[in-house]
Design a binder for this molecule. Sequence first.
Ligand SMILES: [Zn+2]
Length: 386
Amino acid sequence: MAKPQRMPVLLASHYRSGTPVQVAWEGGRITDVRSRTAAVPGAWIAPALLDIQVNGYAGFDFSRPEDVGRVAAALAAHGVARFCPTVITGTAAAMQGVLAAIHGALTADPALEAAVPGVHVEGPYISELDGPRGAHPRAQVRDPEWAHFEGLRRASGGRVRIVTLAPERPGALAFIARASAAGLLVCIGHSAADADAVHAAVAAGARLSTHLGNGLAATIDRHHNPLWPQLAAPGLSASFIADGHHLPADALTAMMAAKGPTRCVLVSDAVRQAGLPPGRYPGVGGGDVDVLASGRIQLAGTPYLAGSGAHLAHCVAHAARVGAACLSDALDMAALHPARLLGLPPPLLAPGAPADLLVYRSGAAGELEVLATVRGGDVIFGELPV
Ligand SMILES: [Zn+2]
């Protein structure tokens, strides 16, 4: 992790109002925000990004404790101050092994622990059907069972905070109710649920659709499919992989419009090979994957996506570039709204809020050029502009 610095005052343009502000902080919290007549030219300030779905980055994943900090450092360079390591379907032993590795890494390093508000368990209680199941291994997909889940939670040291499941599986509704009562964020994903199952899941406590529009059959009925009820349900927010490869721009724009800006969350769903130079790399399931110059990651020699190669700041920029959201709303979808769903203190640019800050300028092709990332008052990447 980067060495913490103390540099408590910043002059930059506010990401929402566009006006110059001076932001001061101390002890990990913002103490003062006031208007000024001028800011550092080109510098903008926004809440630091929070990515609630990360499988790995820069050649590392979470299977070894020593790599958790490497992922955190690589993400910090892209404005992500906090993230939820995501563990996908596997045998109970395999999932527990990864969860224990994450727990061990966080327990050993308080700075790293501050970067991880919780762990996201995606599966194994998902659809076994080809299409909705995505790249999750069929053999390990199963019905939700609290005792099985407790085994995962124990291995994580109680750090599981998000669970993604398919509500059509037997036992899912009781599981959703129990997990919600336990304070978990329960999400619908990798699901072939019909409207009744979606609405029952929401009534039981589900609050988010995981990467809506992906983890879905390639061909669906035009009226009766898992998308419409999830788009229509007022109690459901939705996360989207706005990397430019997982969803066509029109689909992203239409789905985000249906949910409205405050119910949208942007996630990267980045995989281990994300952020690596173009080339062929070993995949997670045994086969190779190709990282293309565009950042797209696909199964070697095929056009099929093998996960996301993007970081969250790119997804924010992409959503704004294609007109699915204005930039300030897209930034909130990658910080404020996921924080609210997790019950974290809202990362507002206001006194009392956490000093989790993203300082950026507008880069080539609308990308965010990160100047500094601040977490809990500490500069964890870059330098504050003066
Ligand atoms: Zn997924």
